[in-house]
Write a protein that binds this ligand. Structure first.
Ligand code: C5P
Length: 288
């Protein structure tokens, strides 16, 4: 089996939960969710290449926050592929991660990095793995891995493993803002007031995305705010800079604002960066 000889790069896009309802809890403690997920044109970058030995490099603005040990999801994704395809995946590889997404921030950074690693290495090693096989292998690494592997607008149910693509979803000009504070997901789930909330309304029940969003929530928002009050400031900054809609993503603390145009999003991201130098703020557009 010959390896691809050129380095292969994959975007690991930011994952945005436009709405997230917590509808129950499994016996093992994991929460049942209904979430509408989209992905941004902005994210981390994973590059893989054949190498004389296994190595892992990290650079980029948030490199300092990334653990380099074997517990890193990127290395766990590599090792899971090796365990599943020992005959194809034995050759050593170098993996480079360019980290542009804040860590532990509700936009799927680690999960998206691991999903991009699975995609890139399965191409490099020419693995006989289809999308369904990769998704099965991905779920034990994290509940958000299968949706990050898909990488397009979708409705996720269960703990995040039951996926339905959402076709013809519009590209949304967006600003992502994080107050520079990592939030631990399990802590947010523990702080939930109610675990048994109404499901999402059907997407075709509203004329526009914004109308539909107004019928939905992120059930983790209040819980995350009780742990990290600066999330309320982030939402206020997005709203006062012209967002037509603003909400927290995932378990926070990153919030997104939806804008009327890419130009308005770019202006807002710059204004928020100027007013809050310690925050992460970027304009992007969602992938269709
Ligand atoms: O699966 P992942 O490792 O990303 O989840 C991190 C933690 O978040 C879990 O250990 C669990 O406490 C919580 N979680 C949950 N229900 C989900 C997803 C995550 O309770 N659907």
């Amino acid at each position: 089996m010959t390896l691809n000889s050129v380095p292969l790069a994959e975007l690991a896009p930011a994952k945005i939960n436009l709405a997230l309802h917590v509808t129950g809890r499994r016996a093992d403690g994991y929460h049942l969710l209904e979430t509408l997920v989209v992905f941004a044109e902005f994210g981390d970058r994973i590059t893989v290449a054949a190498s004389s030995e296994d190595c892992f490099f990290v650079d980029g603005p948030f490199a300092g926050d990334v653990p380099r040990d074997a517990g890193n999801l990127v290395l766990r994704a590599r090792d899971a592929l090796r365990a599943a395809y020992p005959a194809h995946a034995a050759q050593p590889v170098s993996i480079s991660l360019e980290k542009h997404l804040p860590v532990a921030s509700g936009i799927g950074g680690g999960s998206s990095d691991a999903a991009a690693t699975l995609r890139a290495l399965s191409r490099l090693w020419r693995l006989p793995a289809d999308a369904a096989a990769l998704a099965r292998l991905a779920l034990p690494l994290g509940a958000d891995l299968p949706m990050c592997l898909a990488g397009h607008p979708l409705l996720a149910r269960g703990i995040g493993e039951k996926l339905d693509p959402v076709r013809h979803f519009p590209a949304l000009p967006m600003v992502l803002v994080n107050p520079g504070i990592a939030v631990e997901t399990p802590k947010v789930f523990r702080a939930l007031a109610s675990r048994d909330n109404a499901p999402l309304a059907p997407l075709d029940s509203a004329d526009t995305v914004l109308d539909w969003l107004a019928t939905s929530r992120n059930d983790l928002e209040q819980a995350a705010m009780s742990i990290e009050p600066s999330i309320a400031e982030v939402l206020a900054a997005l709203r006062s800079s012209g967002a037509a809609f603003a909400r927290m993503s995932g378990s926070g603390a990153t919030c997104f604002g939806i804008f009327d145009s890419a130009a308005a999003a770019t202006r807002a991201a710059a204004a928020i960066s100027n007013a809050h130098p310690g925050w992460f703020s970027t304009a992007t557009v969602t992938r269709t």
